[in-house]
Design a protein around this ligand. Structure first.
Ligand code: ADP
Ligand code: MG
Length: 254
């Protein structure tokens, strides 16, 4: 059975997509079978993996429209052990179209049922808003990994996320907050260190030991359409995501 993890946080620009992408790639490099699911109408994950949106015929939208058909028709192979269900820009209008469907929060879960044994990890990259796409990701996941950008009001976002998880447990009882990943850390600033200490004091073991630093390389990689492991293999960002993959496996691997 695959580990199903949503990189969720009800805030944009905190590192959800960067973490889903690079964690997925690093796990695939360790020969784990990985499926990435891009649920954000901005399609940053899809583009960050070098997929031209003009070539996307079937996206996660068609998967949600036809969950009984599974995911095969929309899945593309990105690299060895790494598959993607892409997003597309017309996803933005899809939410409305799906909003009248019975069981609309469970469409992704249904579509993924048949492939649970084909992957070791299924990682969801939802948008920041708590709409139908995020709900589908949370309803299909067993745990939430929350990227937390180390800045002044970072901690305020977590109670909101915990409340959302509690809400979704009504339709997906096993869902839990499985980890907090500190991102965009600037160890030269006191603020970044203070916030990290506060998060660790409050959330203890839930906080991953690995911290993702703020680096120019990580900011530049998406425009090149490649993961950090390809863009700058020896960079501190690449090392941090490789470490994060190792830690994830130690904590939650099967
Ligand atoms: P989200 O998916 O939560 O909106 P992203 O992962 O897209 O966040 O990150 C927002 C922006 O910050 C992107 O331009 C991304 O390239 C950049 N970014 C993400 N993580 C880092 C990092 N550790 N260092 C520098 N830039 C980063
Ligand atoms: Mg994103």
């Amino acid at each position: 059975m695959a580990r199903t993890i949503a990189l969720a946080m009800q805030k944009g620009g905190v590192g959800k997509t960067t973490t889903a992408l690079n964690l997925g790639v690093m796990l695939a490099n360790r020969e784990r079978r990985v499926l990435l699911v891009d649920l954000d109408p901005q399609a940053n994950l899809t583009q960050g993996l070098g997929v031209d949106l003009n070539t996307v015929t079937y996206s996660v939208y068609e998967v949600l429209l036809n969950p009984e058909h599974g995911i095969g028709f929309a899945t593309r192979s990105i690299a060895d052990h790494l598959d993607l269900i892409p997003a597309s820009l017309d996803l933005a209008g899809a939410e409305l179209e799906l909003s009248g469907r019975v069981g609309r929060e469970l469409l992704l879960r249904k579509a993924l049922r048949a492939v649970q044994n084909e992957y070791d990890y299924i990682l969801f990259d939802p948008p920041p808003s708590l709409g139908l796409f995020t709900l589908n990701a949370l309803a299909a996941a067993e745990s939430v990994m929350a990227p937390l950008q180390l800045h002044a009001y970072a901690l305020r976002a977590l109670p909101q996320l915990e409340a959302t998880i509690e809400l979704v447990r009504e339709i997906n009882p096993p869902l839990r907050l499985g980890g907090i990943i500190c991102t965009m850390a600037d160890r030269r600033t006191n603020l970044s260190q203070q916030v990290e200490q506060q998060v660790r004091a409050q959330y203890g073991d839930l906080v991953f030991t690995t911290v993702i630093p703020f680096t120019i390389r990580l900011a530049e990689a998406p425009a090149a359409g490649v993961p950090i492991a390809t863009f700058a293999p020896n960079s501190t960002g690449a090392k941090a995501y490789a470490e994060l993959a190792t830690e994830l496996e130690e904590r939650y691997g099967r």
